[in-house]
Design a binder for this molecule. Structure first.
Ligand code: GTP
Ligand code: MG
Length: 405
């Protein structure tokens, strides 16, 4: 039978460190980073290209949800009026700009910035980037619902000059498909390939970069998943974890990646929760940082899309109302009740009670306070909790008729 010592030794090995002390420090750092590392995504493009709708889709919100970015006709504020003397007349350039920051609804460390496009070609790309504080963003999404313009190219060149990454996204593909569907001999792949070629031709001077075709109303279709994979490949490892947690579940593979991400972090959460005392300490609040246990499982819950809002959105989309009530496993029910929306690492009295409750769900463990917490039981709780949430998420996708792994 596995002993406390051998379980701890396994976690130390997973940390890649040589001592328990170093492994615990690394675990705390890894866990803190997993929950709190910042990720700033800038979305820019012409007026009406679909930026706000894309921002909402990334945040898993419908346009009429509370806190969603307003879409359709919106007002903008006046940034500056500059006057240039051009030959024999004054040219007045008015630039309207509103930068809006939207936090991810359950991950405040992930922020999506809705930026207006350059607008007038007289507003230079370098000035634009300075104004929007380009250094604050991890990467830029340059969105267009038609052909990419000179402004888009100018901006991309300047972003490249500033050594930041950008991605060209051609939005509202569902509109194009719908328009073509009516024609005789319609072939979806052919239409997509033509749009892609047309965009790339348009961007020839950028070296024909990848163009991602998406619909904000159907993230599981077209290139949204390819965009996710590309971003993951190009982001540094710690930022990748934030992206993966926040990115909406758009396929069976994307759900499996999320599950794996959390599985790979169990060693860190178990060590960081501070329950490595060989002789279990009496009293949960002393022996365990309950915020870590609850924080970990809450993150899984939201990241897998098991919260009410995500399920309601999914059930509306596939027109299966019963999906809303499918997240009923014992862990989902417990976390739904106890989860903190804005996951923080700090422990509180209420989370002590919550974790105590979660422990009572484990067969053979019973009350954590009565049994005394140990590294093994904490790791067991995290593993069982994750397994339960993952299985529920898989079943819901299956029931929704979406592809399975
Ligand atoms: N069919 C379809 N319509 C979309 C999509 N994305 C946006 N729209 C529609 O396009 C219109 C403009 O979308 P917004 O998201 O407001 O565009 P925006 O770029 O934020 O516009 P401004 O803030 O005015 O610059 C709205 O009526 C949206 O409903 C999409 O993927 N598919
Ligand atoms: Mg907008």
């Amino acid at each position: 039978m596995e002993t406390q010592e051998s379980a701890v030794a396994e976690a130390v090995k997973a940390s890649g460190e040589s001592t328990l002390e170093k492994a615990t420090a690394k675990a705390k750092e890894t866990f803190d980073q997993m929950l709190n590392v910042s990720l700033n995504i800038a979305v820019t493009g012409n007026t009406g290209s679909g930026k706000s709708s894309f921002v909402n889709a990334l945040r898993g919100l419908n346009e009429d949800d509370e806190g969603a970015a307003p879409t359709g006709v919106t007002e903008t504020t006046l940034l500056e009026i500059s006057c240039n003397f051009t030959g024999n007349s004054w040219l007045i350039v008015a630039c309207t700009m509103e930068i809006t920051m939207y936090e991810h609804p359950t991950m405040p460390n992930v922020k999506i910035w809705d930026l207006p496009g350059i607008g007038s070609p007289n507003f230079k790309a370098d000035k634009y980037l300075k104004y929007v504080k380009f250094k604050d963003y991890d990467f830029f999404i340059i969105l267009n619902s038609e052909r990419f313009t000179e402004n888009d190219i100018m901006l991309a060149k300047e972003i490249r000059k500033q050594k930041k990454n950008f991605y060209f996204v051609r939005a509202k593909i569902d509109n194009d498909i719908r328009a073509e569907e009516r024609k005789k001999g319609f072939d979806e792949q052919k239409v997509l390939s033509e749009i892609r070629k047309d965009c790339q031709k348009n961007l020839k001077e950028m070296g024909e970069p990848k163009v991602f075709l998406i619909s904000s109303y159907g993230l599981e279709k077209y290139d949204f998943e390819i965009l996710q994979n590309t971003l993951e490949e190009e982001l540094p490892a710690h930022k990748r974890s934030a992206l993966l947690q926040a990115w909406p579940v758009c396929s069976a593979a994307s759900l499996e990646k999320k599950i794996k991400l959390f599985e790979d972090k169990i060693w860190a959460a178990s060590l960081a929760s501070g329950v490595i005392a060989v002789v279990p300490l009496p009293g949960l609040s002393v022996a365990c940082d309950t915020g870590i246990v609850l924080g970990f499982l809450s993150r899984c819950y939201y990241s897998f899309g098991l919260d009410d809002r995500s399920l309601s959105r999914l059930s509306e989309k596939v027109n299966k109302p019963h999906l809303k009530h499918m997240a009923k496993s014992k862990f989902v029910a417990a976390i739904k009740e106890k989860a903190v929306t804005r996951v923080s690492v700090s422990a509180s009295l209420t989370t002590v009670a919550a974790v105590e409750y979660l422990f009572s769900l484990l067969p053979g463990v019973g009350s954590a306070v009565a049994a005394g917490m140990s590294f093994i039981t904490t790791r067991y709780l995290l593993r069982e909790g994750l397994k339960d949430l993952a299985e529920t998420a898989r079943n819901i996708r299956k029931e929704a008729g979406l592809n399975t792994a």
